[in-house]
Write a protein that binds this ligand. Structure first.
Ligand SMILES: [Zn+2]
Length: 416
């Protein structure tokens, strides 16, 4: 895409009331537009990043056997009254229709998936099954000051699984835990899983997935040798203690952000909605259910917080809106313009997605915008690079710059 026709422009400053670093940078670079506290629209650049994260999550959920569906967002109040959540969960939005009926817009979908599952699960042969969706969720937060990391409206992947035994649930639970860790790794983040008691009235046991970042809202303790990790609030250990799991490592304290969770729901929802199946002996049983969430928009915010530097956003290649940012420093030189146009065309023919800065503005402005927008690879064409017979390639994260001969540019880009 040519930057001269890109819908958004960069901005020098973020709105005064925006305190979160992730939203400040994303607004300035043109990824999101703030509608009100905790509610953002995703502009063309932001939508591309969300879709890249969704693609990674979708691939990993499909790999563990998840089947994707799309559930309703507007829920009848009756389903929520039936589970007790209508009164017990304070972040549920409640909407009164002019017909006097009440609804909620979903912050989670146990109240919808369980009645759906009841239509199709009849026998042990129908289990296990895992169903997931990626879509908008809503929470009536009192305060929303974390940018896109904790919103009143946000995008989430929520998966629900049904099992005929605790053993089968445990097997799937651990399989999804590994899939989650792969999702974060593919998004360029180092995540750890902490084991926690559920907290909410419906949940027995849970994993929280934490990314180490100074911007995090949580304090965690992690072992510097094994994968053990715990929330400071619940842990009996403290900083500097020897790890009780591996008995070798030392416990370190760090700030972290939650990027996902997994819950053992037990038989609660199956009982609430009388969802049963016939076991091998023909007896009616309640299935065991699990709930598996990843905040897609939250993950985007955490990536910004964890990887950005003083110049702007630094996207990992896997989620970047474009593979490369082509910057032409033409200053009216027709040869440079022609060379840059030709390279842009050829890159697209080779399957690269490129943001092409073809604008007639100063070099300093182009570089500052490229750093703010954060595409991992920058290509520069100028009189100087043409004279040297190559294209200047630099990495947004490392800053190292190399002159790559034009004949090997596609090979070079495929390698990195
Ligand atoms: Zn350890």
């Amino acid at each position: 895409m040519k930057q001269s026709v890109l819908f958004t422009k960069t901005r020098k400053t973020a709105p005064k009331d925006e305190v979160a670093k992730n939203a400040q940078l994303l607004i300035r670079a043109g990824y999101v537009h703030k509608e009100m506290a905790g509610v953002y629209s995703y502009l063309p650049l932001g939508r591309r990043v969300l879709e890249n994260i969704e693609k990674i999550v979708r691939e990993e959920m499909n790999a563990v056997g998840g089947q994707e569906l799309r559930m309703a967002t507007l829920h009848p109040s009756q389903n929520w009254i039936q589970t007790g959540a209508w009164d017990a969960v304070d972040v549920v939005f409640k909407i009164k229709s002019r017909t006097e009926k009440e609804y909620t817009i979903g912050q989670s979908a146990e109240e919808i998936i369980t009645p759906i599952a009841k239509e199709y699960i009849a026998s042990y042969k129908d289990l296990p099954i895992a169903l997931y969706q990626i879509g908008q969720k809503y929470r009536d937060e009192l305060r929303a000051k974390s940018g896109i990391m904790r919103g009143r409206e946000f995008s989430m992947k929520d998966m629900y699984s049904f099992h005929d035994s605790q053993e089968d649930f445990d097997r799937f639970y651990s399989q999804v835990k590994d899939a989650y860790l792969r999702v974060y790794e593919r998004c360029g983040l180092a995540a750890k899983a902490t084991e926690a008691s559920g907290g909410s009235f419906t949940k027995k046991l849970s994993y929280e997935f934490m990314v180490l970042t100074d911007a995090g809202e949580d304090d965690i303790l992690y072992c510097d040798s094994c994968s053990f990790c715990a929330n400071v609030e619940v842990s009996t250990q403290k900083e500097g203690d020897t790890c009780t799991r591996c008995t070798k490592g030392t416990m370190k304290r760090a700030k972290a952000s939650e990027v996902g969770n997994i819950f053992d729901l037990g038989q609660k929802y199956a009982k609430d909605f009388s969802l049963t199946y016939k076991d091998r002996e023909g007896n009616e049983q309640y299935p065991i259910m699990g709930c598996f969430g990843i905040g897609i928009s939250r993950l985007m915010g955490v990536i910004v917080e964890a990887l950005a530097d003083e110049k702007g956003i630094v996207w990992p290649k896997s989620v970047s809106p474009f593979h490369a940012h082509l910057v032409s420093l033409a200053s009216g030189n027709s040869q440079v313009i022609a060379e840059a146009d030709r390279l842009y065309q050829e890159l697209r023919e080779h399957g690269f997605e490129v943001l092409y800065d073809d604008r007639d503005v100063r070099a300093g402005e182009k570089f500052a915008d490229a750093e703010l927008i954060g595409i991992p690879t920058r290509l520069v064409i100028s009189e100087k690079t043409i004279a040297a017979g190559g294209i200047e390639v630099s990495s947004r994260s490392g800053g190292d710059t190399t002159l790559v001969p034009e004949s090997t540019i596609f090979e070079h880009l495929k390698k990195i």
